[in-house]
Design a protein around this ligand. Structure first.
Ligand code: NI
Ligand code: MN
Length: 226
């Protein structure tokens, strides 16, 4: 099993194997962290695009990428309806609690406590995503507050990696995210959704879950899981 986890700034990541590249929340254009690191929507060629919810800082460059790369979209039912209306043919809708097998492994949709809209349109339930890629299980919590059933998500899916928002105000802050990691019990936790703007500028050193390894990725950096 092996997967390359690359951080693109904010909540955007790619999960890459020799055969697949899954972009999660590919917000590059207008993402100050990505732009500072010289990353653009031309920097990635995803086979799949997985979206946690419909906010603009997560949908990002999805339509342009899916059009250029022919990427399959994995997202809430309403986001897939919207994408189909925009001419994207390969959509894989889901909703919290659901799981399905993919050509790279599998995807499960979890709950997230947040909102989800785009240009005034309801975009369905916000979600977290559990992706099994290259034999590695990765839980991207999306934008969410802390909730006790994160322990259940940990039990059900046993993620190797948990990617958690820590920027506060719109999501968990670092202390709540630390509690989340302690409940999920992944092999490793990666913080995201902080420092992009002043509103979510927190000290990431405050994300310090007990007994869980934290890997803080620089924007553009890759962590290889073998
Ligand atoms: Ni959001
Ligand atoms: Mn967000």
């Amino acid at each position: 099993m092996s997967v390359d986890i690359r951080f693109l700034g904010h909540a955007a990541f790619t999960l890459s194997t020799d055969t697949h590249c899954i972009a999660i929340d590919p917000f590059l254009t207008g993402n100050p962290l990505a732009e500072k690191a010289g990353l653009t929507k031309e920097s990635i060629d995803p086979t799949h695009i997985a979206l946690t919810h419909g906010h603009a800082d997560h949908v990002g460059d999805t339509l342009e990428l899916a059009t250029r790369c022919g990427s399959q979209i994995i997202a809430a039912f309403e986001i897939c309806e919207w994408a189909a209306e925009q001419g994207i043919e390969a959509v894989n809708p889901g909703n919290p609690g659901g799981r399905y097998d993919t050509d790279f492994g599998w995807v499960a949709f979890t709950q997230a406590f947040h909102s989800s809209s785009f240009e005034g349109r309801y975009m369905g339930m916000p979600c977290g995503l559990v992706l099994n890629v290259g034999g590695v299980t990765i839980y991207h919590a999306g934008d969410t507050g802390l909730f006790g059933d994160m322990a259940l998500i940990g039990e059900l899916y046993k993620p190797d990696i948990a990617i958690l928002p820590i920027g506060d105000r719109f999501t968990m802050g670092p202390e709540h995210a630390s509690r989340a990691a302690e409940m999920i019990k992944p092999g490793m936790a990666i913080p995201c959704h902080y420092g992009t703007w002043d509103l979510i500028d927190v000290d990431p050193a405050r994300f310090n879950p007990s007994g869980i390894e934290v890997v803080r990725l620089d924007v553009g950096a890759t962590h290889v899981v073998k």
